[in-house]
Design a binder for this molecule. Structure first.
Ligand SMILES: [Zn+2]
Length: 432
C-alpha cells in the first residue's frame, strides 16, 4: 500500500478536498446547495427584541433573546465509536507494521500519525489544533487541516469536524449563499460560529480518571483557545460572542465519543442569545442594582448545602435543581468570565471536580453527566459571576418541556448531607 491508494493519508488536506461543512468549512469546491447550510433559526413564538434605554430613548438592537435552533445536517454524520478495533499503526507511508489497538478517533490526532485497521479502514490524524496548554497554535479561522506530529502538551483544543455552526465561508460565494438562504427562509441566518473541543493527550473516559495536572492543563488549553478565538474574531469586527463551554460525559447526555472531552460553542452570529442566559443576565442585573452578588454572599443554607470548599471554589447543592442531584460550583473571587481564571484556580477546580465525580460515583449517581460552565459573553457589559453546573443524567418529562421548571424528588439538603458524609469518610487528602 502506498500513499496514492489513500489520498486521505496525505499530511495536509487541501481546501478542494475538504467535504462540505467538515470542520465548519464551506468553500467554492464543496458548496452544492443552500438546504445543507447550517442555519440559526429563532422561534417566532419565543422571540424578543432587545431594547436598550439610552438617555431616555429606547434603542431596538438587531439582537434578541428567546428560543433558537441550529439546524445543521452535518451533525448527523458524527462517528459512533467502536471499541477495541484491531488496527495497524502506520510508521511511515510505505510501511505498515507495529500492530496496536486503536482506542478512539482522537488517538491518531494527538499522536500526529494516521492509523489503518486490518480491514483497511483509515483513521486519519487530520485536524486543526488551535491551542496546547498556554500556547495558541493555528488560527481558529484556518482552513488548513493537517497532522500535528510534534505535540508535547497534556491537552489540545481542536476544531470540531462535524460542527453545529459554519466557521469558514468562502468570501467569493458568501453573498450568493446569503441570497439563496433569504429566498428559502427570510427569517433564517447562516449559523456562524466556532465549535471546538479539548481532548487530553492520554486516554481517559471520565473526569475522575484524569490526574489533577492533566485536568488543569485541559482547562488552561480551553481558556487559551477561547481567548485566541475572541482575538481573531475581533479582527473580523465581531463584537459580541456568547460562549458555552460544557462536558458531555457518557452516552446518555450526548457524549458520542469515548475519550473525555470538553466542548465550546462560540456563536459569532451576533444576533442575541437564548432565554436561559437572558434570565441569568437579568438576575445579575437585579443583584447589581441591589448592590449584592448572590454567589459572593450566599451561605448556601448556613453552610448546610456546601459540599466542598477550597481557598478558591465552593461547591454546593443548589436549592432549585435543574435535575435531581444538581450541584453548582463557583469561584470565591468575583470572576466574570473564564478568561479571568488563573492557573491556581484551574488547579483547584481540577481537584474539586475529580473529588465531586468520585463522590457521585460512590453515591451511585448515573455516570453520564453534563458539566456546564456559565461565563459572561464576550462584549457584554453585564454584571456576572462565573459558575458551573454538574447535572447527572435523567429522562425529563413533558412538564419540564413546558417551562423552565423541574420537579425533583431528591431534597438538596439531604443530597448535600450524603455528599458531605462521603467526603468526611474518604477525606481525599491525596488529592487536596
Ligand atoms: Zn460575585
Amino acid at each position: 500500500m502506498n500513499k496514492s491508494n489513500h489520498e486521505d493519508l496525505q499530511d495536509i488536506i487541501s481546501p478542494d478536498e475538504i467535504p462540505f461543512m467538515h470542520y465548519g468549512i464551506i468553500n467554492q469546491y464543496n458548496y452544492t446547495k443552500v438546504t445543507h447550510v447550517p442555519i440559526k433559526r429563532w422561534d417566532p413564538l419565543s422571540y424578543n427584541p432587545i431594547i436598550l434605554n439610552e438617555s431616555g430613548d429606547n434603542v431596538t438592537l438587531d439582537k434578541q433573546y428567546g428560543h433558537y435552533s441550529y439546524i445543521s445536517p452535518i451533525r448527523g454524520k458524527r462517528p459512533k465509536e467502536r471499541k477495541n478495533t484491531k488496527v495497524r499503526k502506520i510508521e511511515d507511508s510505505n510501511e505498515l507494521n507495529n500492530f496496536q489497538q486503536l482506542i478512539d478517533i482522537f488517538e491518531p490526532m494527538v499522536k500526529g500519525k494516521h492509523y489503518i485497521s486490518t480491514d483497511g479502514k483509515i483513521y486519519p490524524a487530520h485536524t486543526l489544533i488551535i491551542s496546547e496548554g498556554n500556547n495558541p497554535l493555528d488560527n481558529p479561522f484556518s482552513d488548513q487541516i493537517k497532522i500535528y506530529p510534534n505535540l508535547k502538551g497534556l491537552a489540545f483544543a481542536m476544531i470540531n469536524k462535524f460542527p453545529a455552526m459554519v466557521r469558514v465561508i468562502d468570501q467569493a460565494i458568501e453573498p450568493k449563499i446569503k441570497k439563496e438562504l433569504y429566498q428559502l427562509d427570510s427569517h433564517a441566518r447562516i449559523a456562524e460560529g466556532i465549535c471546538f473541543l479539548t481532548v487530553p493527550k492520554y486516554y481517559h473516559e471520565t473526569i475522575e480518571d484524569m490526574t489533577t495536572e492533566e485536568l488543569r492543563e485541559f482547562f488552561k488549553t480551553t481558556q487559551t483557545a477561547i481567548k485566541f478565538c475572541i482575538e481573531e474574531s475581533v479582527k473580523k469586527d465581531i463584537k459580541i460572542i456568547p460562549i458555552a463551554p460544557f462536558f458531555n460525559v457518557g452516552r446518555e447526555v450526548g457524549g458520542s465519543l469515548r475519550r473525555v472531552h470538553m466542548q465550546v460553542y462560540m456563536d459569532l452570529t451576533q444576533d442575541g442569545h437564548g432565554s436561559r442566559l437572558e434570565s441569568t443576565l437579568k438576575a445579575f442585573d437585579y443583584m447589581n442594582k441591589t448592590g449584592e452578588c448572590q454567589l459572593c454572599q450566599s451561605k448556601h443554607g448556613d453552610g448546610r448545602r456546601i459540599i466542598l470548599e477550597t481557598d478558591d471554589w465552593t461547591v454546593f447543592a443548589t436549592n432549585s435543581p435543574i435535575r435531581n442531584r444538581h450541584l453548582r460550583f463557583a469561584p470565591k473571587e468575583h470572576i466574570e468570565h473564564i478568561g479571568q481564571l488563573q492557573e491556581k484556580q484551574f488547579n483547584s477546580l481540577a481537584k474539586i471536580l475529580r473529588i465531586i465525580f468520585m463522590v457521585l460515583d460512590d453515591l451511585n449517581v448515573p455516570a453520564s453527566r453534563n458539566v456546564i460552565i456559565n461565563t459572561k459573553p464576550f462584549g457584554y457589559k453585564s454584571f456576572f459571576h462565573l459558575f458551573g453546573d454538574i447535572l447527572p443524567f435523567e429522562f425529563v418529562g413533558g412538564a419540564e418541556m413546558a417551562d423552565d421548571m423541574r420537579v425533583v424528588r431528591v431534597s438538596p439538603n439531604k443530597f448535600a448531607k450524603e455528599c458531605q458524609s462521603i467526603i468526611k469518610q474518604k477525606k481525599y487528602e491525596n488529592i487536596l
